[in-house]
Design a protein around this ligand. Structure first.
Ligand SMILES: [Zn+2]
Length: 119
């Protein structure tokens, strides 16, 4: 008998309490990290902890039976990659920025002066 994979247990990625559920009727997604403020469900409430007798989809009023487990929220690593991609200039060191700013400034002045001297 092989022992259980410790990574699968420790990762927490398969914890049903963190799973989001999608309403198959209207596409509404219940995120346990956010809850549903509109109907008084506090953030951090697992979908499985909701009262199936009283819970209704806040959009189309479907019962819990209409909801499908769509797994945990995407890991934030992809989001961080996007941040770095969009803010590439901000990752320059201050020295590099100064060279860019003042170097460009000096070049513009020199260009301006050369135009003047032509007249
Ligand atoms: Zn719905």
């Amino acid at each position: 008998m092989a022992p259980a994979d410790p990574d699968a247990v420790a990762s927490g990625g398969s914890d049903p309490a963190s799973h989001r559920f999608e309403c198959r009727s209207c596409g509404f997604v219940y995120d346990p990290a956010e809850g549903v403020a509109k109907v008084g469900i506090a953030p951090g409430t697992a979908f499985l902890d909701l009262d199936p007798a009283s819970f209704r989809c806040p959009v189309c009023r479907s019962r819990v039976g209409a909801f499908k487990d769509i797994g945990p929220r995407d890991k934030p690593s992809g989001f961080e990659e996007n941040l770095n991609f969009g803010l590439g200039v901000n990752r320059l060191t201050p020295g590099q920025k100064n060279v860019l700013i003042f170097g460009g400034f000096a070049l513009a002045i020199a260009f301006f002066l050369s135009l003047y001297s032509l007249r």
